[in-house]
Design a protein around this ligand. Structure first.
Ligand SMILES: C[S@@+](CC[C@H](N)C(=O)[O-])C[C@H]1O[C@@H](n2cnc3c(N)ncnc32)[C@H](O)[C@@H]1O
Length: 225
């Protein structure tokens, strides 16, 4: 059961401890231990990415949302699909590296299918989706950038890919490389930009290099027909 007496300082220490984990397997191991407290801790962080990304998809999606198939990549406990459901989407498939996070996602009853997969190493089943969304996982030490091309491959022609990343000091290099990767796919005419939203107050800063809130970015792309 989650520990209700946790403070921002506890959360800060937990997240800073994860910075020691350098490999993808280590990072997923960290989420195994954090899963139980994850939702209440990210609330203390004022982590708004799942809501903001879902709102972004919802405001541009033009298809039939009741029929649309959504792939929630690095779904965690299910926050993103929870918001999309409130916005009228109904069909969710989730993948994540952490079994414990997936167990919590299962309890939400949101997902038709949940699969454990280490992104960047395991193949995601080659189905096609109307919306592919990845929130809070494209950042240094987490999901490798090679996955961005896979996200595009998994999307139906005309479907949408929504990605987020953080803009704080530690993640700046990763963000620049992510943007190069996104641009390369644009130049190959695999997808086109729908919107890119810069958010000043993404979540509360935990590192000494940052203060107040750190910024974040939402990228919404449409797969070429
Ligand atoms: C910050 S949480 C985000 C969860 C959810 N999308 C949200 O916004 O609440 C990051 C998630 O990414 C998963 N993750 C990180 N690196 C991964 C990898 N290489 N392969 C699969 N999952 C990964 C973690 O297990 C965790 O559930």
């Amino acid at each position: 059961m989650a520990n209700a007496s946790r403070t921002f300082s506890d959360v800060r220490n937990v997240i800073l401890s994860a910075h020691k984990n350098t490999g993808a397997q280590d990072k997923v191991g960290f989420y195994e231990t954090w899963a139980e407290d994850y939702e209440q801790d990210v609330a203390l962080l004022d982590y708004r990415a799942p809501l903001l990304a879902a709102e972004c998809v919802s405001s541009f999606f033009t298809g039939d949302r009741e029929k649309a198939a959504v792939l929630d990549v690095a779904c965690g406990t299910g926050l993103v699909s929870g918001h999309l459901k409130q916005m009228g989407f109904r069909h969710f498939v989730g993948v994540d590296g952490s079994l414990r996070m997936l167990e919590l996602a299962k309890k939400t009853g949101l997902y038709q299918q949940l699969t454990q997969c280490l992104l960047g190493q395991d193949e995601i089943s080659a189905e096609t989706y109307d919306v592919v969304i990845i929130v809070g996982a494209l950042s240094v030490g987490q999901v490798p950038l090679t996955v961005v091309r896979e996200l595009c491959d998994l999307t139906k022609p005309g479907g949408y890919v929504c990605m987020t990343t953080r803009g704080n000091a530690d993640n700046r290099e990763y963000k620049a490389e992510l943007e190069q990767m996104i641009k390369a796919l644009e130049e190959e005419q695999r997808w086109s930009r729908v919107t890119v939203v810069e958010v000043e107050e993404w979540e509360r800063a935990v590192s000494e290099k940052d203060s107040g809130y750190i910024p974040g970015t939402i990228y919404l792309y449409q797969k070429s027909v």
